[in-house]
Design a protein around this ligand. Structure first.
Ligand code: UDP
Length: 354
């Protein structure tokens, strides 16, 4: 167990006796980099934000978590609420932000599920534009380091797969996904503008599909992996869109967090952008079959229409993260899906039955 982790009330976590095994997968490069640091996590009650918040707390940071709870859930951070170095404020970063010094700011506040962000296109664009501006202004005032959560969506429908950071993207600027794609592209451009204008320390992570405990599997919030797991555990057919031949690459959450924390601390990551994802590319139909197999029973596949502008292929080239950060994913898809399935079984299914 890493230093400082005993001060976090992990026993109160959703998966108590399994928690150590998740913490063991976290591999923070230098815990000293986070010790006694004032850190702001915007979107801290979300899937990735809550993992970040607790990992930072466990390594000695004082964490201020802000979230408008549009997608994030209080349940994700309830086990942190009593910690003396944790505070939560319900804030929408598009409306404004506190005026206080932070050493580091993680901007992870945005809807990320295609079905959800397409229902809230304006809010999604504002979180990544006005919201990002509010974060960057605060950072410029107090000389904070900013880590901006961008997305593989900036590549749109890439002609180059696996896609390196040097690829500029192939995006429909007026399509149904553009609120997110262009929101993230604008957010990246604004980070670089603050770097050039004010010499601000910014770092950008382009996060590819990530899954793991606390990812939402309900309604429009669900992503392919979490929806399939939910459906399989409820003995329902899995809803595959199109013929399922489109591809994605799935990274387990602890691998993603490890990479983000390396980006946050590595001197060589300043002013850089990194693809963070697992380079194993699989079809969505293969993912569905794998989930069925791990769940131990098949209830069939229900095919539905392919959503407009759904990217046909997505896979990261992670050479840059490998060479500069010394990072690569360690958790295989079968292992990660099993862990996630166990978490859904123990946490989400009981919750929805009450
Ligand atoms: N998908 C699917 N069934 C679902 C949800 C998603 O077949 O119930 C497909 C979706 O069309 C896409 C892929 O799975 O091709 C990944 O979708 P996700 O919502 O996880 O996000 P994306 O990778 O498109 O941002």
């Amino acid at each position: 167990m890493k230093s400082g982790s005993e001060s976090v009330d992990f026993k109160a976590h959703g998966f108590p006796e399994r928690y150590d095994c998740f913490m063991a997968l976290l591999d923070v490069p230098s815990a000293a980099d986070f010790h006694q640091k004032e850190v702001l996590v915007a979107g801290g009650a979300g899937f990735l934000g809550s993992w970040l918040s607790e990992t930072l707390l466990a390594h000695g940071s004082s964490v201020t978590c802000i979230d408008n709870l549009a997608t994030g859930r209080e349940a994700n951070i309830s086990h942190l609420r009593t910690h003396k170095n944790f505070r939560f404020e319900k804030i929408d970063i598009s409306d404004g932000i506190m005026d206080r010094h932070f050493d580091m700011i993680f901007h992870f506040a945005s809807r990320a599920s295609p079905e959800e962000y397409q229902q809230h296109p304006v809010e999604t664009m504002l979180a990544n534009s006005i919201g990002t501006r509010n974060i960057l202004e605060l950072a410029a005032k107090y000389n904070s380091r900013v880590i901006y959560a961008s997305s593989s969506e900036v590549y749109g429908h890439p002609d180059v797969v696996p896609t390196p950071e040097s690829y500029w993207g192939h995006v429909n600027p007026i399509g149904p996904r553009s609120c997110y794609d262009e929101g993230k592209r604008f957010g990246e451009a604004l980070c670089m503008a603050y770097l050039r204008a004010y010499n601000l320390d910014v770092r950008i992570v382009r996060i590819f599909n990530t899954y793991g405990p606390r990812i939402r599997g309900d309604g429009a919030y669900a992503r392919a992996a979490s929806r399939f797991i939910n459906q399989a555990l409820r003995s329902e057919p899995l809803t595959v869109y199109g013929d399922g031949s489109q591809t994605r690459s799935f990274c387990f959450v602890t691998d993603t967090i490890n990479a983000i924390l390396r980006v946050a601390t590595s001197d060589a990551a300043r002013a850089e952008v990194f693809n963070i994802g697992n380079p194993r590319e699989i079809t969505i139909l293969t993912l569905a079959q794998l989930v069925e197999q791990l769940a131990g029973g098949s209830h069939g596949v229900k095919y539905g229409p392919l959503p407009e502008d759904d990217p046909p292929r997505r896979c990261p080239d992670i050479s840059k993260a490998r060479s500069i950060l010394g990072w690569e994913p360690r958790v295989g898809l079968e292992e990660g899906l099993s862990q996630t399935m166990r978490w859904f079984r123990e946490n989400e299914l009981p919750r929805s039955n009450t």
